[in-house]
Ligand binder design. Structure first.
Ligand code: SUG
Length: 451
């Protein structure tokens, strides 16, 4: 088998961290606003995420896992002038600066689709796999993620002859970048040269009302340039303002692509016809299939509340068509459930099966199945060169399950969040995790000896 045909797309899911909570931090993300200050269930959230990973493995797909970040982010709080023991730093910050405290506690790195933008080696001029860490500059709590994400990706893909891990673009409104959530790729097979679609919500000079548009065209251009995509390989498409203002704060709330199939809402893009034309012109060696959900069947409100398009689109081993891994909320909404049932029943359907997964705790913060994973297409040689301890197998899943049930609180209510014991607990949990995943040494800032 050639490297091209043996390459596979591997989902790396972010582990939900021990401080998973609902702080209402993301303007324009309706679920985050609606669930602000409700009681979160970190243990259940992490177990739901792990169960999704295991479900995909049981369906025959390769699966990886990425570690949570250190939260509360004591190092950042110290840089803002808080002093004392780690517990004291947290207690003072939480009490005196609630906006900063909430940002320092967020477990939002679990949404690995926002960690980076990945271009498989088949698309890149230098033949290496390129990864650009996202700056996530629109939301304060998310800007904090880039530093650890870069360290994680360098551990996962250490061999610079095969992998190019780029730091985040300068965190500024002009270069606003939210990673793979605004990036799609179409290809005849995962390892064949593909067409990468970068979706942006605004240009840098534009003043837009409504909800924030978190991705600029200028950021997309920079990513395509860095990754060495040729002029055929990169397409830039504008997300529709209606979608953003209806709560589609990332493109992956209204569209998803895999292999030759693009599944999207009718109102996902500013100019759908132009996008189809560009994709058809750029597609090398395959015929793209466009599956559009019409607005009179599925409203933007249904798309945003059910997360129909935040499904994972995958090819199960031996399957003749793609499978949609959809959140169970899609099945609970009559309109999306009946749309999916009809779509998969079509003769020669491009998407011919659906599997429902339960990630309700993440959904309550606006993160569906597709948000929780970063897709990395790897050839067999790249997979062999990656750090093996990040790939999930039954033994690792069992260790992670025990680790979660040992360390995670069952509930986190708003009144619990300022508790200094939370710092000690999360540090103990993360310290143990560095012996379960290949993170030995001083991976987390709290593990470093103070200078
Ligand atoms: O950035 N929610 C995340 C959800 C990210 C979903 N990712 C993708 N669509 N790929 C966000 O809005 C809410 C945190 C809080 O409110 O506590 C949050 O950050």
């Amino acid at each position: 088998m050639s490297a091209e045909s043996a390459a596979e797309e591997i989902n790396f899911d972010g582990l939900v961290g021990p401080t998973h909570n609902y702080a209402g931090l993301s303007v324009g993300n309706l679920a985050s606003a609606r669930n602000r200050d409700t009681v979160a269930r970190p243990r259940e959230a992490a177990l739901q995420g792990l169960a999704k990973m295991q479900r995909l493995r049981s369906l025959g797909l390769a699966q990886g896992v990425l570690p949570p970040h250190e939260r509360p982010n004591i190092q950042w709080l110290r840089s803002l002038g808080f002093a004392g023991s780690d517990g004291e730093v947290w207690e003072k910050a939480w009490r005196s600066e609630p906006t900063i405290g909430r940002a320092a506690l967020a477990s939002s790195a679990m949404w690995a689709a926002n960690a980076a933008t990945i271009s498989p080696s088949a698309d890149c001029a230098d033949g290496r796999l390129h990864a650009s860490v996202a700056n996530l500059q629109t939301m304060l709590h998310r800007i904090l993620e880039a530093e650890q994400t870069e360290r994680t990706l360098r551990r996962l893909m250490p061999d610079e002859a095969r992998f190019a891990v780029h730091p985040a673009l300068l965190p500024h409104s002009v270069l606003s970048d939210e990673g793979a959530a605004n990036h799609m790729r179409l290809a005849g097979s995962p390892g064949a040269p593909g067409v990468e679609i970068f979706v942006y919500g605004r240009t840098a000079s534009e003043v837009r009302g409504g909800f924030p548009a978190r991705q600029t065209l200028e950021a997309c251009h920079a990513l395509a340039r860095r990754h060495g995509l040729d002029s055929f390989g990169a397409i830039f498409a504008r997300q529709s303002s209606e979608a953003i203002d209806a709560g589609a704060f990332h493109n992956d709330v209204v569209a998803v692509a895999h292999e030759h199939v693009l599944f999207h809402h009718q109102d996902a893009f500013a100019d759908t016809a132009a996008l189809y034309t560009r994709v058809r012109e750029a597609a090398r060696g395959f015929e793209p299939a466009f599956v559009e959900a019409p607005r009179d069947r599925v409203g933007l409100d249904d798309a945003v509340s059910s997360y129909l398009f935040n499904s994972q689109l995958v090819r199960l081993p031996g399957a003749g068509s793609l499978t949609l891994i959809a959140p169970s909320e899609v099945r609970e909404n009559n309109r999306t459930a009946s749309f999916v049932a009809e779509m998969i029943a079509q003769p020669n359907a491009a998407i011919g099966q659906v599997e429902y997964v339960e990630v309700r705790e993440s959904m309550r913060n606006g993160g569906g199945p597709a948000c929780l994973r970063l897709r990395i297409v790897m050839t067999p040689a790249e997979r062999a060169a990656a750090a093996q301890g990040f790939f999930l197998d039954d033994a690792l899943a069992a260790k992670l399950e025990t680790w979660i049930t040992t360390h995670y609180r069952e509930e986190l209510a708003p009144a619990d969040l300022g508790d200094p014991a939370l710092v000690t607990e999360t540090q103990a949990a993360l310290d143990e995790l560095t012996r379960i995943l290949p993170l030995c040494g001083d991976f987390y800032p709290f593990q470093r000896v103070p200078q």
